[in-house]
Design a protein around this ligand. Structure first.
Ligand SMILES: *[C@@H]1O[C@H](CO)[C@@H](O)[C@H](O)[C@H]1NC(C)=O
Ligand SMILES: *[C@@H]1O[C@H](CO)[C@@H](O)[C@H](O)[C@H]1NC(C)=O
Ligand SMILES: *[C@@H]1O[C@H](CO)[C@@H](O)[C@H](O)[C@H]1NC(C)=O
Ligand SMILES: *[C@@H]1O[C@H](CO)[C@@H](O)[C@H](O)[C@H]1NC(C)=O
Ligand SMILES: *[C@@H]1O[C@H](CO)[C@@H](O)[C@H](O)[C@H]1NC(C)=O
Ligand SMILES: *[C@@H]1O[C@H](CO)[C@@H](O)[C@H](O)[C@H]1NC(C)=O
Ligand SMILES: *[C@@H]1O[C@H](CO)[C@@H](O)[C@H](O)[C@H]1NC(C)=O
Ligand SMILES: *[C@@H]1O[C@H](CO)[C@@H](O)[C@H](O)[C@H]1NC(C)=O
Ligand SMILES: *[C@@H]1O[C@H](CO)[C@@H](O)[C@H](O)[C@H]1NC(C)=O
Ligand SMILES: *[C@@H]1O[C@H](CO)[C@@H](O)[C@H](O)[C@H]1NC(C)=O
Ligand SMILES: *[C@@H]1O[C@H](CO)[C@@H](O)[C@H](O)[C@H]1NC(C)=O
Length: 465
């Protein structure tokens, strides 16, 4: 700063001393200085005598000339939040996400009595959350502390924020407990995330069933045990329900697959068992992942009613019976992973014709019959993983025109006839494993030479019968 701007600043501060605006200007300049003036604040200079010029500074927003919002995402802020911030009595919105804040939860924010939105996510804050965290403004609507390194318990006082619409605590190191009943009392919540924390094992709090405005509930990887509580059937606004990577037991309750607004349902990698309810009416589902459980019984015919479904993962279960014929007609299904089950019978005819099928993985079942010649109908097929089944017949010749294919694993089947020669020239091809079949036809002349030619793609060819 030059001397003249210094003098100018001094005058300005004198001029406004006592007035709240001058106080806010001073506060902002103090904050900038205390944060070591990172580059992101370079535009923060007093340029004119317009008293509220700072309202136009990068990251600052005012209402009626008073600072109400500070948005400093990715500003490379590494120093602690200065105490002077608490003199911004009208501050409602504070976004400090994606910075390098360290140390404990910043209790200096207790002074910001108008605060409604606080985003401290994606920093390096650590330690326990203070037991008196309810000294933060009780008008809080959104609290996001995700992706830090907080430990210990989530304090009971979190239940005091009765207006909260989102409570985002995922991806920390909380290794104690969270107050389930108190959180269940935050009936305005639309978003609740506690995922990715090594909490003490315990069941889903049944009080969460009172959070009937919830749209997004992310409770993955947090040592949850017990069953999926029927109390949660009241959460009919849910668009995302993620209980994956826990140790939950019992069946998937019938209501789960009937929630009409549900778009993303992730219950994978838990310990769920029993059959998938045959009555599926969650017609807005986009992604359904029930993989890596102990599910048995067959794939319900109703699954084919999910016209919006893009992703169907049921792999690593104990599912028997056929793939319902209707699956071949689903218009948006691009990713099918049903491997490591006990499926049998033929594949749906026209599979791949009605959707842009990309991944098709059904290995380690006892599926039989021919591969439909529609698999690559929409020219998006990437993965053909069908090994360890009882497939027979010829490999569809038109796969020779499926240049998007990267990976073919078809070994341990009963295919006969020519393996489509044109496949060997695909640019994206990296893996072909077709041994233990009765293929005929032309192999790449010299496998070694061929592999060399395609070294970049690291093509792995395994053909030996
Ligand atoms: C903030 O952290 C990021 C990523 O960890 C790092 O690249 C950057 O240099 C850090 N900035 C400061 C100011 O410490
Ligand atoms: C933190 O959570 C709030 C409230 O749900 C959300 O608006 C905000 O986008 C989140 N921050 C990041 C960096 O995702
Ligand atoms: C909770 O989960 C974490 C990560 O899976 C694990 O290390 C920890 O032992 C679990 N805690 C208990 C008490 O099981
Ligand atoms: C839901 O709230 C009502 C009162 O509002 C209470 O009686 C009931 O016990 C709560 N249910 C759960 C599961 O917490
Ligand atoms: C999985 O659930 C079964 C009961 O269905 C139980 O016996 C077993 O201990 C559970 N396994 C784990 C790892 O929680
Ligand atoms: C499926 O559930 C709906 C509503 O929950 C019910 O009306 C219908 O009778 C059920 N259908 C079958 C086949 O169970
Ligand atoms: C399929 O997906 C596309 C794009 O993702 C979307 O525009 C279309 O509406 C979807 N079709 C159905 C039946 O949901
Ligand atoms: C799979 O189901 C069969 C019956 O269909 C049963 O005998 C077997 O124990 C189950 N395996 C597992 C791992 O649950
Ligand atoms: C697999 O299916 C074939 C008929 O498609 C049947 O002959 C065979 O016994 C089945 N194998 C197993 C292990 O179930
Ligand atoms: C294929 O099946 C055989 C026996 O049916 C089994 O031994 C082998 O592990 C399976 N291969 C893979 C990769 O799962
Ligand atoms: C290949 O064909 C021979 C003769 O028909 C048959 O014995 C053998 O089982 C077949 N191999 C496979 C892997 O299908």
């Amino acid at each position: 700063m030059t001397n003249s701007t210094n003098n100018f600043l001094l005058l300005l501060l004198l001029f406004f001393s006592g007035s709240s605006n001058g106080g806010e200007l001073e506060t902002l300049l103090t904050i900038k200085r205390d944060w070591g003036s990172p580059d992101a604040f370079s535009s923060w200079e007093v340029r004119s005598s317009i008293s509220s010029g700072y309202c136009d500074w990068v990251g600052v927003a005012c209402t009626n000339g008073q600072v109400t919002s500070l948005s400093f995402q990715s500003f490379q802020i590494a120093n602690p939040i200065p105490a002077s911030i608490s003199s911004l009595k009208n501050l409602q919105y504070l976004d400090l996400s994606y910075n390098n804040l360290t140390g404990d939860f910043p209790t200096v924010l207790y002074g910001c009595s108008a605060l409604e939105f606080l985003d401290l996510s994606n920093n390096e804050l650590s330690g326990r959350l203070p037991g008196d965290i309810d000294k933060l403004s009780l008008g809080m609507l959104h609290l996001n502390l995700s992706s830090n390194a907080f430990v210990g318990d989530v304090p009971l006082a979190i239940g005091k924020f009765s207006k909260l619409k989102s409570l985002v605590l995922d991806s920390n190191s909380f290794n104690g407990n969270y107050p389930g009943a108190a959180i269940g009392g935050l009936v305005e919540l639309e978003t609740l995330t506690l995922a990715n924390n090594p909490f003490e094992p315990g069941p889903v709090p049944k009080e969460f069933g009172n959070l009937t405005k919830l749209k997004l509930l992310w409770l993955s990887w947090m040592n949850m045990t017990g069953t999926i509580p029927d109390d949660m059937s009241s959460l009919t606004e849910l668009t995302l329900l993620d209980l994956s990577q826990n140790k939950m037991q019992g069946q998937i309750p019938e209501w789960v697959l009937k929630h009409h607004k549900l778009e993303n349902l992730y219950l994978y990698a838990s310990n769920l068992s029993g059959e998938i309810s045959p009555n599926i009416t969650a017609l807005n589902l986009l992604e359904l992942d029930l993989s890596m459980n102990k599910l048995s019984g067959s794939i319900p015919e109703d699954i084919a009613n999910l016209k919006k479904l893009r992703l169907l993962y049921l792999y690593n279960n104990n599912i028997t019976g056929p793939i319902p014929a209707g699956v071949g007609m689903m218009p948006n299904l691009t990713d099918i992973r049903l491997f490591n089950n006990k499926l049998s019978g033929p594949l749906p005819t026209e599979l791949g014709k009605h959707s842009e099928l990309g991944n098709f993985e059904v290995s380690n079942n006892n599926l039989s019959g021919e591969l439909p010649d529609t698999l690559c109908f929409n020219k998006k097929l990437y993965d053909i993983v069908v090994f360890n089944n009882s497939f027979s017949g010829v490999f569809p010749a038109n796969l020779g025109d499926c240049e998007t294919v990267n990976n073919i694993m078809a070994y341990n089947n009963h295919f006969v006839g020519d393996f489509p020669e044109k496949i060997w020239s695909f640019e994206l091809l990296t893996n072909v494993m077709i041994y233990n079949n009765n293929f005929t036809g032309t192999l790449p002349k010299n496998k070694k030479k061929y592999a060399q030619k395609r070294q970049q793609a690291a093509l792995y060819v395994s053909l030996a019968n």
